[in-house]
Design a protein around this ligand. Structure first.
Ligand code: ATP
Length: 136
């Protein structure tokens, strides 16, 4: 068993992270789960939330939404629909997305509302604001 994990995080358009890490916490579609070296093989879909990876005491965070994660032989591959580091997040855009979603969910709008879609948009916006907030 290796004493570290190899992590690769990619979106359809770019490789976001390649790193050797001690621990990863992934937002699966059924909830958050942690991965340590020696984890059993595992394939799951991603939800919307913050992915954390830690090397020593250095913890890094990404806002991710949708896609897949595979754990095999101490290698973790995350293929996310979207993934942003804190410094890549446009907070004003995320605020606008949050307000738009909240307005749709409140019913105070004349447009036809797809609530499932609005809820997912709200979760993406809130996650981005939380991850951007990691910068301080
Ligand atoms: P918006 O309504 O602002 O487009 P969204 O949640 O619908 O937000 P997504 O479909 O999740 O956006 O993402 C589309 C692309 O835009 C992805 O590449 C994603 O990384 C990027 N993106 C979305 N919101 C932000 C943001 N606030 N800051 C930086 N990149 C963002």
């Amino acid at each position: 068993m290796a004493d570290r994990l190899t992590l690769e995080i990619a979106t359809p358009t770019r490789l976001v992270v390649t790193a050797s890490v001690d621990e990863i916490v992934i937002p699966g579609s059924q909830g958050y789960f942690g991965v340590l070296p020696g984890h059993a093989p595992f394939l799951t879909t991603l939800g919307i939330g913050e992915l954390m990876y830690r090397a020593g005491r250095d913890e890094r965070y990404l806002a991710v939404s949708g896609g897949f994660a595979e754990v095999r032989n101490d290698k973790v591959i995350v293929l996310a629909d979207t993934a942003e580091r804190p410094e890549e997040i446009d907070r004003a855009r995320a605020e606008r997305a949050r307000e738009r979603a909240e307005r749709r969910l409140s019913g105070r709008t004349d447009e036809e509302v797809d609530y499932t879609r609005a809820l997912a948009a709200l979760a993406r916006a809130v996650t981005r604001l939380m991850t951007a907030g990691r910068l301080g």
